[in-house]
Write a protein that binds this ligand. Structure first.
Ligand code: CTP
Ligand code: MG
Length: 232
């Protein structure tokens, strides 16, 4: 690999956390000794591979400026957008002066605070010489049904189905073009889908099951359990 290639992290953190149904966006809820987003950002910063971490924050967000990590020298803030993809694109624009088209970007949800250094390095080591890049993913343990209404139409071949996690790792230039081209397309719920729309085939790298996304209230207790396990 060309040693001048840099690695950047991009963290979309401009969601409202509707499904969490809390008094504030879920990334600011307490989890063990910190807020969710502090866990996420400190894990990325301490991996010591990223030139900077660009975080997309809602312009109406009163919680972000209160956090010590907001003034960390390797944190860059960008304005969040309407959809997750808009927030990611905004963060990519925020590093446009410093990032080269061939640099790698790892996009990681603010709402995944249990990401391990092991998974970051596994993704990078597996894909750093790949033409396209790819994502952490998990296979499904459950049998999966294709359903209409409440009726089962069939059973999916589980061997072909993977659950997309983050980080998702792509080249800066390709990712920016893919997201800009797909702007307004609500089917683009992760970075990989924007590249798929360009006819590219991102790879999957099997990640750890403790890299959960905080989505519903019960996920906080599970995240706390995993964080405790990881310190052992
Ligand atoms: N996100 C963002 N900008 C948006 C929407 C989401 O940066 N316009 C971020 C969220 O902050 C989160 C990540 O994208 O870190 C994954 O999204 P999700 O889990 O769906 O979070 P929310 O959209 O906040 O939650 P909900 O869908 O329940 O409202
Ligand atoms: Mg959402």
């Amino acid at each position: 690999m060309d040693s001048t290639i840099k690695f950047w992290a991009v963290v979309p953190a401009a969601g409202v956390g509707k499904r969490m149904n809390a008094d504030r966006p879920k990334q600011y809820l307490p989890l063990a000794d910190k807020t969710v987003i502090e866990h996420t950002l400190l894990r990325l910063l301490s991996a010591e591979v990223f030139t900077a971490v660009a975080v997309a924050i809602s312009i109406e967000d009163p919680y972000w400026p209160e956090l010590a990590v907001a003034t960390h020298p390797r944190i860059i803030t960008a304005a969040g957008g309407k959809e997750r993809a808009d927030s990611v694109l905004s963060a990519l624009h925020a590093i446009s002066g410093a990032a080269a088209d061939d640099d790698w970007v790892l996009v990681h949800d603010a709402a995944r605070p249990c990401l391990t250094a092991a998974d970051i390095h596994l993704l990078i080591d597996t894909l750093k010489d790949d033409a396209v890049g790819g994502i952490l993913a998990l296979s499904s343990h459950d049998t999966l049904k294709n359903v209409q209404g409440h009726s089962i139409l069939g059973t999916l071949d589980r061997s072909h189905i993977w659950r997309a996690l983050t980080p998702q790792m792509f080249r800066y230039g390709v990712l920016k073009t893919a997201l800009a081209t797909a702007q307004g397309n609500l089917a683009i719920t992760d970075e990989a889908s924007a590249l798929e729309l360009q006819g590219l085939q991102p790879k999957i790298v099997e990640g750890r099951p403790d890299n959960i996304k905080i989505t519903r209230p019960e996920d906080l207790a599970l995240a706390q359990f995993y964080l405790g396990q990881q310190h052992d």
